[in-house]
Design a protein around this ligand. Sequence first.
Ligand SMILES: [Zn+2]
Length: 196
Amino acid sequence: MIHEIEPRTGVAFELARGQRLRVIDPQGEQVADLLAYNRHDVDEVLSSGRSLDYASCIYLTRGHDLYSNRSNVMLRIVEDTVGRHDFLLAPCSAEMFRLLYGESDPHRGCFGNLAAALAPYGVQPDAIPTAFNVFMNVPVDATTGRLRVDPPLSRAGDSILFEAGMDLVIGLTACSAGQSNNFRYKPIHYELLDAG
Ligand SMILES: [Zn+2]
């Protein structure tokens, strides 16, 4: 069953060890921020630093593992039709919209959406780390380290499939930042698949 995340919103749900999560870009050029917490102890959380370190790569794709702050595998990427995602930048937030874009009445962003969706699971806002930004396209200049946010490479129907390495609580959004989706705020689809 395919679920829809409305534009500029987010959800949280449980994913059991061995279960699979497919994140789909139904219209193309949209980003989904993904977080994962150990369902039995939410102090264990997705770690960008550890995942990039162990992969020795900043662009993670099929065959790469997403690790926790305790160096356990939370999610494995088993399929990926896009091959470009970001794991450097924090979820968009009201503060980010103020600082980067000078917005006076900003949207709460993926950060606020994740905080609200994860609160029932006991996750505090300060425990929200850098998300795995599905389909987000952040080219980095290898010499200077300068980066920019470009429109995603994803086209309608593209997807990425994760397999859970432990029992998880997942946070997932349809990104609220114009820069990351070419200023066309769109939904995200996802489906849960039982261990095959
Ligand atoms: Zn966002």
